[in-house]
Design a binder for this molecule. Structure first.
Ligand code: C5P
Ligand code: ZN
Length: 550
């Protein structure tokens, strides 16, 4: 077997491709059409490109789509666009793009990090070198540039906005200030992960983060890794915390309230307003952290002290200091068809910050209504052997289902540590599916993207996503068949030789649930941590500066 190409060289090849794309942009006169994904990562990608094109004094128009379907491509083909840039999408439709949009004097850049789909990829891209599992590909047309790290064997720790940022950096060093958006996009795409006790952004994401720190846009500190630091009442933040799990408190409002009372931490301030985690004094935070660790020890949780992680603070967004929360806001805006408002927030328009308030209020209300509906209509939940399914029909609006599924899957409300699939009607004869798996399932090797892709194929739908979060669209009426097919896929995965699946689905063995699970987990975590740290060290350092200049 030929030698594996070092990570630095693979990054260099990716950046060379981004530079080619940058040159294509610089040499073009006329209007550029930007088409981006409607979620947080797509909005950040779009904001990066908008600002970068403004700096180049290029004309552009921007639109957002939920997904790039074949119909969408056919519509685009009618528009006579001379230059299209796809952001955070497009890699799954290379064949459709090549066959329908390309022509003499038409330029297309696909700036994406999603999987390159089957036949489309192999038709469009000619394998050039094959070294170990890494396949470097060359496009057949100089006017169709595919900037996707997967082409270079970089399969994780980079988001769509990270790629858009690389592209922007090749246009001008001034665009280094846009690194903040590359980080927010990655956070919105659930790319914060853990390596052993180490919890945060890794790999290329961490390189981009360094740029954001250097330009004074983001401050990183270590802190309690609990969601909702500045927006959720502290007792709610603890109640909703599933990872880290706090026995007797996670999933129990009364447990959480009682716990805080015993610690002498007041829930409200002197004005009667709910206090958030960020309102606590240093002393209170210290006390809270050490008591959480004690509770976790009492509950025999593995690695009770693994409750800290990197906290990312946005220094130029006083209304949304917590990067996680800002990412959630962008997702909310995008999913309500307000991607442009998200872009304005990213670019710090004061009007956008006042407009978003009412949008968020109605969004929160809708999420609250949807969660209540699910909690009060337990018959809508189908608990099967291998996963839980929520059949919400028209009772939960399509634009909140991703958040609702994330909240429900983290809430401890569903039985067992199984993936959750939620179904809602979209009103056009289709059903939208959102699926989520917990961090612990992902660590065991679950890949929800593969499960989704295989499941929707059975019923003639479309889908994709990542290991811990995936989504799809299937014809109305095919939900049962989809569920049966997912159950079969998961069952097969469990019974495949040694309990392992090609995707690693169901690697879990009974042993891990037994008494010495904690010890074993700890050892595995440490090993994985060391291995990953070594890999990371190779990648980090001055990676981007070396290729792009400071
Ligand atoms: O829509 P939702 O947030 O549940 O999607 C989770 C993930 O699945 C996202 O990364 C999204 O890009 C992906 N997805 C997809 N195809 C769809 C729907 C979602 O690839 N039809
Ligand atoms: Zn993305």
């Amino acid at each position: 077997m030929a030698e594996e190409t070092p990570e630095r060289d693979r990054l260099e090849m990716l950046i060379l491709k981004a530079k080619e794309a940058g040159e294509l942009i610089k040499s073009f006169q006329g209007e550029i059409k930007l088409i981006s994904h409607y979620d947080c990562d797509g909005i950040c990608s779009a904001a990066i490109m908008v600002k970068a094109l403004e700096r180049e004094e290029k004309d552009f128009c921007l639109s957002f789509v939920e997904q790039l379907t074949s119909d969408e491509i056919l519509e685009l083909a009618k528009e006579n666009n001379r230059f299209i840039i796809f952001l955070d999408l497009g890699s799954g439709q290379l064949e459709g793009i090549k066959n329908n949009l390309m022509g003499e004097d038409v330029r297309v850049i696909i700036s994406d990090h999603h999987q390159i789909e089957g036949a489309a990829a192999s038709d469009n891209l000619v394998p050039q070198h094959k070294r170990c599992e890494h396949i470097f590909r060359e496009q057949s047309s100089p006017n169709l540039l595919h900037v996707n790290p997967i082409d270079y064997g970089i399969t994780e720790n980079i988001s769509g906005s990270g790629i858009a940022y690389l592209l922007a950096r090749t246009l001008s060093p001034e665009n280094r200030e846009l690194s903040e958006l590359g980080v927010i996009g990655a956070i919105g795409d659930s790319q914060i992960g853990s390596i052993g006790a180490d919890w945060g952004l890794f790999g290329l994401n961490k390189e981009i983060l360094k740029d954001a720190q250097t330009t004074g846009k983001i401050r990183v500190s270590r802190g309690l890794r609990i969601w909702g630091k500045t927006k959720r009442p502290v007792h709610k933040a603890l109640e909703y915390s599933v990872d880290p799990y706090i026995p007797g408190i996670s999933g129990s409002e009364s447990g959480s309230v009682q716990f805080l009372k015993e610690l002498g931490i007041p829930l409200k301030n002197e004005k009667g307003k709910w206090r958030t985690l960020s309102d606590l004094s240093d002393e209170e935070t210290k006390k809270l952290s050490s008591e959480i660790i004690k509770e976790r020890m009492r509950g025999n949780e593995a690695n009770p002290e693994w409750i800290f992680g990197d906290v990312y603070e946005l220094l130029d967004k006083p209304d949304f200091r917590d990067a996680n929360e800002f990412a959630t806001v962008l997702n909310a805006a995008g999913k309500q068809g307000l991607g442009y408002l998200g872009v304005s927030l990213c670019l710090n328009s004061p009007k956008a910050f006042s407009d978003i308030r009412s949008v968020l209020n109605s969004y929160r209300k809708e999420i609250g209504r949807s969660l209540n509906w699910i909690y009060q209509n337990k018959e809508s939940i189908k608990t099967m052997e291998n996963a839980n399914y929520i059949l919400a029909g028209a009772n939960v609006p399509e634009h909140v289902i991703s958040n609702v599924t994330s909240i429900v899957s983290r809430s401890g409300f569903m039985s067992g540590d199984k993936p959750v699939f939620a179904f809602v009607d979209t009103g056009n004869g289709k059903v939208k599916i959102s699926a989520r798996a917990s961090d612990s399932l992902v660590k065991k090797g679950f890949n929800l993207r593969d499960i989704m892709v295989e499941g929707v194929k059975e019923v003639g739908g479309e889908g994709g996503g990542h290991h811990g979060a995936s989504g799809g669209r299937i014809p109305k009426g095919s939900e049962e068949r989809f569920i049966n097919s997912v159950e079969l896929i998961l069952k097969k995965a469990k019974t495949t030789e040694g309990g392992k699946h090609a995707n690693g689905i169901g690697k879990e063995t009974g042993k891990e649930r037994e008494g010495d699970a904690g010890k074993e987990e700890g050892e595995r975590g440490r090993e994985a941590g060391e291995e990953a740290r070594e890999g990371r060290e190779k990648m980090e350092g001055k990676g981007l500066v070396r290729y792009l200049g400071s």
